[in-house]
Design a protein around this ligand. Sequence first.
Ligand SMILES: [Zn+2]
Length: 420
Amino acid sequence: MKSLFALLVLLLAAPLSAQVVAIRAGTVIDPAHGASAKDQVILVENGKIKSIGAGLAIPAGAQVIDLSHQWVTPGLIDAHTHMTLTELQNVPFETFYLNESTTFRGLRGLHNVMQALQAGFTAIRDVGNSAEYAMSDVRRAIEAGWFIGPTIIDSGKIIAPFGGQSRDIPPRQGAFWQFEYIDADGPAEVRKAVRTNIYYGAGVIKLVADNNPYHYSIDEFRAAVDEAHRAGIPVAVHVYSGDALDNAIEAGVDSIEHGFDLTDAQLGRMKAKGMFLVGTDFPRKHLDIVGTSGGILPEPAVLAPKIIDRLRRAHRIGVRMAFGSDTVIDMPGRTRADLMFDYLAVWREAGVPPADILKAMTANAAELLRVDKERGSLREGLSADLVAMPADPLSDIENLRKIDFVMKDGKVVRKPAGSR
Ligand SMILES: [Zn+2]
């Protein structure tokens, strides 16, 4: 009884409001509006931005974080990842899922998302190839508070016409790709597949439209869009070219993923509909490792210049773009997150200004992920997902590699060496 009384006294003596964190920021960048402001104070309480501006009074007792020599931006977002997947060189495409369990894939996913958060990616959209919903479980573990990780929007299994992303598998082998894919042919099966993924927790629906000689019709796309939108989630479509691309645009999907062969006319129609391009703009050195990915992709020497040209045209035409890397390889001595930054060089080569690249990595991506009411910008009421670096990313976008401070939902998960 005595100890209960002591506990009550302790509880009553505790401050009524949560601790306020005050960040002194040298420069705050607002990617949504291409603006920046000097000498700002950001007050963070209960994981959210309480207020932001110049000359704000810092409340007594606040924890002060000094970033007065740093550039501060919203946390980065990669809108196209496969965190549980490592594609291997010179082996059949299916190897990665024939030799690895769902548990092992989930552990890889957790490892990769933690590294991505350290590098400054405070949200990711993981678009399938995660075995039996491994990424949904990684998301649940983070949401349960077992790990501090990025916000994760995951797709569940990829929905595709019969065969997933496999070709020429003999009938004797059976439909083993269903470990990774849902076969869905015709609007009714597409609806059922969409509902299945939503049931298991998907926050985005991912379709692969044109991996085989047959591809999704307008009616099949419309079924997916109708079903997903009624549940409040977007539809992302892996598609490279031609009729399948026309059908996806016509049906009003939310994003075209890859779109390597997009024509100017198709880009114009995407712009008119406000549709996003998530270009997954592979650098040549990554393509050289992935190769043709079992015949899915053109040769690297053909594809690399095509990607740069398509990105340049999309930017010139004014299509809305969200950054998506599609990083699926490992390289010795480098993290997955480090490899995600390699894509910046392609955006630079296509002539996209740093401000537009940063917008694609923050505000635009947040809108596509439908989390823009909670994150993706630095303003009052939004979650305190922010990063800082000792050089201006608007003068050189590669400065994002220098991120040395990361705050996720108000918690400091990385700070510069030697800082308090
Ligand atoms: Zn992908």
